[in-house]
Design a protein around this ligand. Structure first.
Ligand code: HEM
Length: 414
């Protein structure tokens, strides 16, 4: 990100990617609604204080539909917007507003219930153990590639009802998307296209032979009064995969990294797990979401009318980016915000967002995060970083915050 104001911190360096929190503290204090030019050349507003962030996330004048930005930019003579792109943009939850959002969200909530997630717990444990089994005897591993990355892909595929024999294809497509998130468009676009057409075909097949999975649940819900086209169902399956994948990789990766760097907190958690307790694990995962959450910025929002945020005027069509990572370190809301405290009570973090777009996958993310961290700490109690923290690289990119690799060492399993 480039910035016009001379005293503002640089927002586009490696140092920023490794530790954005000092820059966010500056913004919260000096420029809480801050105009910046993104590397793509688009001007956007960054909202960094907790109270403003929460308000903006729930403000119906901030639309999720990029058409608002494109149309206003188009009116200003900046970019054109082809018709077919317009149709594609409005097809999934994170890009639409009520009433379409309400209808689609209600549908997916019927299929993606907390009960269904709870029933899925044994499968997540089994997956986690299988992944650890593969490297436990080796004494070293890269926990991003060998653990955090495959876990959510297999978990969501299972939940959706993607047959096991096809799941490695998803692993490859997702790998392409995560490696080249902002990179070569060709490969990523191809992977997205393959994934979408696979899902469309799967939905078609399942319609003839409904099962107990999430896709069948979506089809059933849509057959009971609510209308859901096959294209919308494919878009829904895709957004569930897409929204639930890199986020969970980062919850496990960032969470483990924070624990490895905060020995006292990690020891507390290990002791409590050894006593068979789960309370600290539950509050601990919430704290890890607050302290170094997977989603640095909430997804795009666009002003549909002129408005002011914290006294700053925002023009129609202007993009507004709510910086969840900054809001969750706001000292006005959190005591000692830069301290990791796994037993933190009163922790209304914004890691899963807020308002009508609040993360629908939060119960699954919590289940995966808690299961993954508990299994690793239990089975590999002397887990330690195999490199200096300065050697680790963070993935650049706008929305997500996560490590490229997490090399660790550990003694043989007892
Ligand atoms: C929405 C975070 C895991 C599915 C969101 C939003 C956030 C978020 C911040 C709101 C974005 C905004 O308002 O701009 C996370 C984090 C996760 C996680 C931190 C992991 C730790 C998942 C999983 C799934 C999922 C596992 C599904 C399998 C979704 C969907 C939405 C969403 C479908 C859009 C909801 C809507 O627009 O109504 N998530 N998410 N997420 N998330 Fe998650």
């Amino acid at each position: 990100m480039h910035d016009e104001s001379p005293e503002a911190p640089a927002l586009h360096t490696w140092e920023f990617a490794a530790d954005p929190y000092p820059a966010y503290a500056w913004l919260r204090e000096h420029s809480p609604v801050h105009r910046t030019t993104l590397p793509s050349g688009v001007d956007a507003w960054l909202v960094t204080r907790y109270a403003d962030a929460r308000q903006a996330l729930a403000d119906s004048r901030l639309s999720k539909n990029p058409v608002h930005h494109c149309e206003s930019a188009h009116a200003k003579g900046k970019v054109g917007i082809p018709g077919e792109r317009k149709a594609d943009l409005v097809s999934h939850l994170l890009n639409i507003d009520p009433p379409d959002h309400t209808r689609l969200r209600r549908l997916v909530s019927k299929a993606f219930t907390p009960r269904r997630v709870a029933e899925f717990a044994p499968r997540v444990s089994e997956l986690t153990d299988r992944l650890i089994d593969a490297f436990a005897a080796r004494g070293s591993a890269d926990l991003i590639h060998e653990f955090a990355f495959p876990l959510p892909i297999y978990a969501i595929c299972d939940m959706l009802g993607v047959p096991r024999e096809d799941q490695d294809d998803f692993r490859d497509w997702a790998g392409m998307m995560i490696r080249h998130g902002g990179g070569p468009r060709g490969g990523v676009a191809r992977s997205v296209k393959r994934m979408r057409s696979y899902l469309a075909e799967l939905i078609h097949r399942k319609r003839a032979d409904l099962g107990d999975d999430l896709i069948s649940g979506l089809i059933r819900a849509s057959d009971h009064g609510e209308h859901l086209t096959e294209n919308e169902a494919a878009a829904m399956a895709f957004i569930l995969l897409f929204a639930g994948f890199e986020t969970t990789v980062n919850l496990v990766g960032n969470g483990l990294y924070a624990l490895l760097r905060n020995g006292d907190q990690r020891a507390r958690l290990q002791d409590s797990l050894a006593r068979g307790e789960t309370e600290l694990l539950a509050t601990g995962v919430e704290e890890l979401l607050r302290y170094d959450g997977p989603v640095e910025l909430a997804t795009w929002r666009f002003a549909t009318e002129p408005l002011t945020l914290a006294g700053v005027p925002i023009d129609v069509g202007d993009p507004v980016l709510v910086v969840l990572a900054a809001a969750d370190r706001d000292p006005e809301r959190f005591e000692g915000p830069d301290t990791l405290d796994l037993s933190r009570a009163n922790n209304p973090h914004l890691g899963f967002g807020h308002g009508i777009h609040y993360c629908i996958g939060a119960p699954l993310a919590r289940l995966e995060g808690q299961t993954a961290l508990a299994a690793l700490l239990r089975r590999l109690p002397d887990l330690r970083l195999a490199v200096e923290p300065e050697e680790l690289r963070w993935r650049g990119g706008l929305i997500m915050r996560g490590l490229r690799t997490l090399p660790v060492e550990f003694g043989p399993e007892s």
